[in-house]
Write a new protein. Structure first.
Length: 508
């Protein structure tokens, strides 16, 4: 057997370090041979190739020396990034069994290292993966032995939202959790409202570090600033932290050119208690703007745009939203005699539904709504007569119709002489504009040729397929005059005329 058939690698590239050779017993300085079948010299591979130098070192240059060896202990690695472990092979009934390796470095418990491996395929550069404190570069598929643990974080801490578990373990060929993902934050998405905010950290004094799991390690006395990159027009972000016994100062950052101002102009907060008023406020500093609108069904009374002035007041009073008047859309009228409307209510929010009778279809939307600007959402639809497409004439057949194809109209199909119809001979135009049956196929065949006098045919059918044959049989005391076999030709005609049966004896 091959010593390292289960991906066991030497940590020495040029020689195998033999820790111990266990003999069965000794007679003085001379080991006694194994009782039973001894093992032959094991094949030793280094990097996949046999190593005669190592083999000489193991056997002492004499393969016969293995007749007294029971176990060989050595140092091995289960994969390139794993720690070194004590492994062994053992001679059992003339066969080397193993390798068996310690369950973990320094353990006296040995087990077979053949559990299924886990794989990691190349991923995007946003993920940073470490194993045994070493960063993994996933430029190709890498394998990890059973019980291996990897730690994962995002490349730029704070610029991606980490979704998933930061620690994964290989258990019998399967990772216990899916590989996490790094979600782009506002810095990558042009401050989209659908993206989580970016968090940028800076240190004014002290020192910090990033763990393999993506946590910030802050040394005592360090001053750390965390900046949430969030659009101020979307409101104030909410900060949370896990340490309940501490409170940390939060607030909007002040630009460098305004930090030395002696006076700060700020307008009073805007009342947001009106549920019908929609407002967008970009702050309360001087020259900040506030824009207003109303929900559907209400109209704005006042200015829709106000500005914070240098005197610390808004340029205009706050507007109000009122809805104490009736919004009504214009009457609906149509000259289409087939169009039906479900309601004639024309007030704001009302919806009118349209339908057509059988044989007609609606060209347009099935409903429209009345908007707050006194207009309908869409044009009035029309009813159009349902028609079916022109039916196709079957090959080797003909079509009988009435020249138009409205709902309820039908067409008939016929096959030429010498052909049999496969399908339905009648198709009706349905309300959805399709035919009830597909165009049939006219298949070449021979018709029943008739029975000969004083005889009969085998087999007897109405139609016969191309190439099919029939036999003519005469009744007793009659004999056949002509061919006994008729064949159906490709043109739908029989190969010979129908023969006849005449008396076998002269009539007296």
């Amino acid at each position: 057997m091959k010593l390292f058939s289960s991906r066991l690698l030497f940590f020495h590239s040029v020689k195998l370090i033999i820790l111990l050779i266990v003999y069965v017993s000794c007679d003085g300085d001379k080991p006694l041979p194994i009782v039973g079948t001894p093992c032959a010299s094991p094949e030793v591979l280094v990097n996949g190739s046999p190593s005669p130098d190592i083999l000489d070192m193991v056997t002492g240059g004499k393969s016969s020396s293995f007749t007294s060896i029971e176990e060989i202990l050595f140092v091995g690695q289960l994969n390139p990034s794993d720690e070194k472990r004590i492994c062994k092979i053992k001679c059992m009934k003339g066969v080397w069994v193993g390798p068996m390796c310690s369950s973990k470095p320094g353990s006296d418990v040995f087990e077979h290292p053949t559990f299924k491996e886990c794989q990691l395929k190349p991923r995007s550069n946003e993920l940073v993966i470490t194993h045994n404190v070493s960063q993994i570069v996933l430029d190709q598929v890498q394998t990890f032995t059973d019980q291996s643990i990897i730690k994962v974080r995002c490349n730029d801490v704070g610029l991606y939202k980490f979704n998933g578990f930061s620690e994964l373990q290989c258990i019998k060929g399967i990772w216990d959790h899916p590989l996490p993902k790094c979600e782009e934050t506002t810095m990558h998405t042009n401050f989209s409202l659908d993206s989580p905010p970016s968090i940028v950290y800076s240190v004014t004094s002290g020192d910090i570090g990033i763990t393999d799991s993506g946590e910030l390690l802050v040394t005592p006395g360090t001053v750390l600033h965390l900046d949430c990159l969030f659009s101020r027009t979307n409101g104030d972000p909410e900060w949370t932290w896990t340490m309940a016994q501490r409170q940390y100062p939060t607030g909007w950052a002040v630009s460098e050119d305004s930090r030395n101002w002696k006076y700060h102009i700020e307008c009073p907060p805007i009342d947001s208690s009106d549920p019908n008023r929609i407002m967008i406020v970009d702050g309360r500093k001087m020259h900040s703007q506030a824009r207003f609108s109303c929900v559907e069904g209400y109209f704005l009374v006042g200015f829709d745009d106000i500005v914070c002035t240098p005197n610390g007041y808004w340029s205009h009073p706050l507007p109000n939203c009122q809805g104490n008047y009736t919004i009504e859309c214009p009457p609906l009228s149509t000259e289409d005699p087939y169009l039906k409307m479900s309601t004639y209510n024309r007030t704001f929010g009302s919806r009118v539904y349209f339908s057509c009778p059988n044989g007609y279809r609606l060209n347009g939307l099935s409903s429209i709504s009345c908007f707050k600007n006194n207009t309908w959402s869409n044009e009035i639809p029309q009813c159009e007569e349902n028609t079916c497409p022109i039916p196709s004439t079957p090959s080797n057949g003909r079509l009988l119709d009435i020249g138009h194809y409205r709902t309820g109209d039908y067409v008939q199909y016929f096959c030429n002489s010498g052909y049999i119809m496969i399908g339905d001979g009648l198709s009706i135009c349905l309300e959805n504009g399709t035919w009830s049956k597909p165009t049939p196929i006219c298949k070449a065949s021979c018709e029943f040729p008739g029975e000969p006098t004083n005889g009969y045919l085998i087999p007897t059918k109405f139609h016969y397929n191309i190439g099919e044959t029939i036999s003519i049989v005469c009744k007793p005391d009659y004999r056949l005059q002509g061919s006994t076999i008729l064949t159906c030709n490709s043109d739908g005609h029989w190969s010979v005329p129908l023969p006849f049966c005449k008396p076998a004896y002269p009539v007296i």
